[in-house]
Design a protein around this ligand. Structure first.
Ligand code: RIB
Ligand code: CA
Length: 315
């Protein structure tokens, strides 16, 4: 009996792809579906990539649903400079055989959650939050029916698009605002923690040394993905953002965080998409708001990578 019924909402993206593989490799998970959104690359490509990853993992049983092709209000911003033109540069995978499920991602999320007992389903969005916001607007009771939302996005400190904004929130601030005000049980894994999870050459080699086609594929993705962030951040490799969110659901004991108030800026000229995290309790002023989110700030990255690599070896 799986411990977690999850829906992964993603914009593959090499790190999204590895997050999906970790979820599909984990017996603790019943992956109800994979939903895709425009983000790293346009929706047509994130959906194609999700279908490729599903088949790479040998999981034709898991449906894939396409969602929003643009943010709620703003023009789409993509990140080909990080992920390549296809969104999964590094290696060419065969075209997928299985089609998308025809339902919209937001409709599937509502149907899947409302068809199960309250507290059964966890959403794991690792992309702009457009689909999640659409589902929350479509079904007003959804937020309280969920077990929780464990998202990769935001930052306590510096952003990666601007100094104030992280990509997933920057792309669709209005959607993120809806999610953070929804009343759902939220956990945020932002850049502060994901930048502790660096896919170093030794870790990429360990994945390649799995000696499987999947291991070689993931290593090739990381070889491509690491080049941009290593140069930008002066690190040995790129931060492996999205698998951190899946790992939190699997192994929360590897993480440390704090229940805080988080607000999303939607109007600032320079700061729209900023996650304002009230980490320190105010002394001389009233709090900005009541705590609404567990903000994660630390990861045991050695154990995380050891377990991630072991799980990838199972596929
Ligand atoms: O800022 C990192 C996030 O943006 C990750 O989810 C990555 O896949 C991109 O979507
Ligand atoms: Ca992503």
């Amino acid at each position: 009996m799986s411990e977690h019924s999850v829906i992964i909402d993603c914009d593959p993206g090499q790190d999204d792809a590895i997050a999906v593989l970790l979820a599909l490799a984990s017996p603790e998970f019943e992956v109800l579906g994979i939903t895709t959104v425009a983000g790293n690359v346009p929706l047509s490509l994130t959906s194609l990539n999700a279908r490729k990853v599903r088949e790479l993992a040998g999981r034709p049983d898991v449906p894939v649903f396409a969602g929003a092709d643009r943010p709620l209000k703003r023009a789409l911003m993509t990140a080909e400079e990080v992920h390549g033109k296809t969104g999964l540069d590094g290696i060419v995978l065969p075209d997928p055989r299985l089609a998308l499920d025809p339902r919209h991602a937001a409709d599937f999320i509502v149907e899947a959650v409302m068809a199960r007992p309250a507290g059964a389903v966890t959403l794991v969005p690792v992309a702009p939050l457009t689909n999640i916001a659409l589902a929350l607007k479509k079904e007003p009771t959804l937020a309280k029916r969920l077990r929780g939302i464990v998202l990769m996005g935001g930052a306590i400190g510096l952003g990666n698009v601007t100094p104030a904004t992280e990509f997933n929130i920057h792309v669709d601030p209005e959607a993120a605002d809806i999610v953070f005000k929804s009343g759902a049980a939220l956990t945020m894994l932002g850049l502060d923690v994901t930048h502790q999870a660096i896919s170093t050459p030794a870790r990429v080699a360990a994945i390649r040394n799995l000696g499987t086609p999947l291991g070689r594929t993931v290593a090739a993705w990381l070889d491509f993905y690491n080049r941009h962030d290593s140069e930008r951040y002066g690190t040995e490799g790129g931060p492996l953002h999205d698998p951190c969110a899946v790992a939190y659901v699997l192994w929360p004991e590897l993480f440390q965080g704090k229940f805080c108030h988080v607000a999303v800026e939607t109007e600032g000229k320079f700061t729209a998409g900023h996650t304002l995290v009230e980490w320190w309790a105010p002394k001389r002023r009233p709090p900005l708001g009541s705590p609404n989110c567990t903000v994660i700030a630390k990861i045991d990255h050695e154990t995380f990578f050891r377990r991630l690599i072991e799980r990838l070896g199972r596929l």
